[in-house]
Design a protein around this ligand. Structure first.
Ligand code: PLP
Length: 483
């Protein structure tokens, strides 16, 4: 076997699905793909995506909740995944004109699309009204604009109202988005019942999306929305759905012990001002201030016991303070459809990023830097680092007599900080030019969210993979641009 995971010791072992292992074993396939499409390439495995959809659907089925999933496509640009989402019968959450337009041409319709952009342009609203796609409105200016456009078109706009500012354990959750939950009822009653200012806006849903990953906060937010649905019903305003956004935690790592031990080691290494764990000793959020260790780890929490379906179940099982009734029971009783908009968690185990080794060098500190044909924007976390061990596929046999080496992978931008992973990666031997590095589970945000064309670099190629042969072949991989 020519492939090996980095960091035999001090591992952060990524959960690695069978399809990924099969590809890791097939270097000639990856070589062929890279010689056709360049480096890096992103591979997306559709059956894993469908599998994730089914797991969430099963939770709703067990709880007998009328529900619909909307895949938050902001997490990944590929059309192939959007198409698969629609073919599988779920919806798509869109957040820009192009996301909406493309999703419509891929088959999305009024019941399978939603527009949730943070900034809504006239063009977005016009398209949504033309296609009768629900628009999640965030503020009074957006309501006004939507009403104006609907009037010009002599049409109705389907809308949902985004709410925020939920009070959880006595504290108010801040958000820059949405109407304040404490005043939104008055706002709705005034504009939709009393004055009918917005008579062309058909209020069909409520929406929230919480920052962070608390099931408790989501549980309470959902109860608050269910309360509001009841209160509005008394005024003959029937809310059809509550959309509770995304943010469902995902688990990237095989072992909790590794995660806990990494955090301890990082703290110790910052305390002792060592530079052997991370590039230039970066603390990824930890730092020494006045001789004391301060700060917290500023990365995504890569290990999570309560993730995906379990996370969703916790939200549905949250009990209302007074009645003791769970969210799922209340949702059923009120005959409201529950919607979720997972992005990252629907992309669990869906994607890998593959890049070629371009050069190796030793810097003045004696550290090995391995330059890859890719740049930092092509695998960038919104948090301080992507903390998963990568795989390397050597062209030559690894052999028995080799010298272990610690490396940092570097990218093509003219920035000192284009260090692809901040953790030192220990390998059984120094990579050779042309060897292949594989980063796993990158489909959610990692590959696309920050990708730029600085230096006029080409954007990476996205391949959509559905195995049709016993052993995967290049014809099983479709360029997403052709979808
Ligand atoms: C409104 C909305 N819905 C859904 C999502 C998707 O969240 P996630 O990918 O964490 O599931 C986001 C992410 O920012 C969002 O803002």
């Amino acid at each position: 076997m020519n492939y090996v995971k980095g960091n035999k010791e001090n591992s952060l072992t990524p959960i690695t699905s069978g399809w990924i292992k099969e590809i890791l074993e097939n270097k000639s396939l990856l070589d062929e793909l890279m010689s056709t499409y360049g480096s890096p390439i992103n591979i997306h495995h559709l059956p894993s995506f469908v599998n994730n959809i089914k797991k969430f659907q099963q939770v709703f089925k067990t709880k007998q909740v009328n529900a619909q999933l909307f895949y938050a496509r902001k997490a990944n640009k590929s059309k192939g995944i959007v198409k698969k989402a629609l073919q599988t019968g779920i919806g798509v959450d869109t957040a820009s004109f192009k996301e909406l337009q493309q999703s419509i041409s891929l088959g999305g319709k009024t019941d399978t699309l939603v527009l949730t952009s943070a900034i809504k342009t006239k063009e977005q609203i016009e398209l949504a009204i033309d296609q009768q796609i629900p628009i999640v409105l965030d503020n009074n200016d957006e309501c006004k604009l939507t009403q104006q456009i609907a009037q010009q078109k002599n049409a109705k706009a389907l809308i949902a109202i985004r709410v925020s500012g939920f009070i959880v354990d006595g504290e108010k959750l801040y958000s820059r988005f949405g109407f304040d939950i404490e005043t939104v009822k008055e706002y709705i009653l005034q504009h939709f019942v009393k004055d009918k200012t917005y008579h062309l806006l058909e209020l069909t849903g409520l929406h929230f999306h919480l920052d962070g990953y608390s099931t408790h906060q989501r549980g309470i937010a959902l109860h608050s929305c269910l309360d509001l649905v009841e209160e509005l019903k008394a005024h003959h305003l029937i809310i059809r759905f509550i959309d509770m956004g995304g943010g469902i935690l995902m688990n990237y790592l095989e072992k909790e012990e590794e995660w806990l031990s990494f955090k301890e080691q990082l703290k110790n290494s910052v305390k002792e001002q060592k530079e052997n764990l991370t590039f230039n000793g970066t603390g990824l959020g930890y730092e020494i201030i006045n001789g004391k260790l301060e700060g917290t780890l500023k990365t995504y929490p890569y290990f999570n016991k309560i993730n995906s379906q379990l996370f969703l179940e916790e939200v549905l099982n949250n009990k209302q303070h007074n009645s003791g009734l769970e969210n799922y029971k209340r949702t059923n009783q009120q005959q409201v459809q529950l919607r979720i908009e997972p992005g990252r968690s629907l992309l669990n185990q869906v994607g890998i990023t593959v890049a070629k080794v371009s050069h190796r060098k030793q810097d003045a500190k004696g550290q090995w830097l391995v330059g890859l044909e890719m740049n930092m924007s092509q695998m960038l976390s919104s948090s301080a680092d992507f903390l998963l061990d990568p795989y390397i596929i050597y062209q030559d046999e690894i052999g028995d007599h080799h010298e272990e080496v610690k490396v940092y992978f570097t990218g093509a931008y003219c920035l000192e900080r284009d260090i692809l992973l901040k953790r030192a990666i220990q390998l059984p031997k120094l990579p050779a030019i042309g060897d292949t590095i594989v980063f796993v589970n990158t489909a959610g945000y990692m590959m696309h969210f920050f990708e730029t064309e600085a230096h006029l670099f080409e954007l990476s190629t996205n391949l959509i993979y559905e195995k049709t042969h016993e052993v995967p072949q290049t014809s099983d991989f479709i360029d997403d641009n052709l979808i």
